[in-house]
Design a protein around this ligand. Structure first.
Ligand SMILES: [Zn+2]
Length: 226
């Protein structure tokens, strides 16, 4: 184990596999919005319906608070042999300065936060991984050093769908299909109220991948170049 957690953006540029990844953010502010009835759901079940119906592999980066809010949906994800589970912090805080408008925690709390999130996810079983994604993809040398003891691989991604707060699906399809290549890691969100167009874009993204001869696979397979 090195002294700094490794960071990857994508797998080998060979073959035909690409990873579809879905982040499941959850902050205290989002929980407040749910409780107050300002939003209906941060779990987009239409995405799961589609992936299951089409038997598409995918990887879910889960926050601990999302898992605790949506245990049944987490069970559903863990129960699908085509889905991998990964870690996206406990409460979607940033551990660096200037990371969008995310709440910030000190770097010395990072390792415990990520370890706690693994403890929340682990009982669900399924295809558990040691993949981790920073909220907002915000990281610096200090946070990567702090993560080294956990043996995680930090996964950014090379194709940003731009689905948070999108108001139309077509730009998401364009953003993905214009940039996707063999080995790509595509970043999307399963947070419905915060990413309301993702399920509408997804069928078009899947069709576009097929046209390009690309096939979705789990993150493990894509990073291994399998
Ligand atoms: Zn996120």
């Amino acid at each position: 184990m090195g002294t700094r957690a490794p960071v990857v953006d994508h797998g080998p540029r060979t073959g035909s596999k690409v990873a579809l990844t879905f982040d499941a953010d959850m902050t205290d502010g989002m929980l407040d919005s749910l409780r107050a009835g300002r939003v209906k759901s941060y779990a987009n079940l239409r995405i799961l319906d589609l992936l299951e119906r089409e038997q598409v592999p995918a990887t879910f980066f889960l926050t601990g608070k999302w898992v605790q809010r949506y245990p049944d949906v987490t069970r559903r994800i863990a129960g699908n042999p085509r889905f991998e589970l990964a870690n996206h912090t406990y409460g979607h805080a940033a551990f660096t300065a200037d990371c969008y408008d995310l709440p910030r925690l000190p770097v010395d709390e990072l390792a415990a936060d990520v370890a706690k999130t693994f403890e929340v996810i682990a009982p669900y079983g399924g295809r558990q991984t040691r993949y981790f994604r920073f909220p907002g993809l915000c990281h610096d040398a200090a946070v990567l050093d702090a993560l080294a003891p956990l043996g995680v691989t930090v996964v950014d991604g090379d194709v940003v769908s731009g689905d948070p707060f999108a108001t139309a699906w077509k730009p998401l399809v364009r953003a993905v299909l214009d940039h996707v290549r063999p080995g790509s890691v595509v970043i999307m969100h399963v947070t419905e109220a915060n990413a309301a167009m993702t399920d509408e874009a997804l069928p078009h993204i899947l069709a576009g991948l097929r046209e390009r001869g690309l096939a979705p696979a789990t993150l493990s397979e894509v990073l291994a170049g399998a």
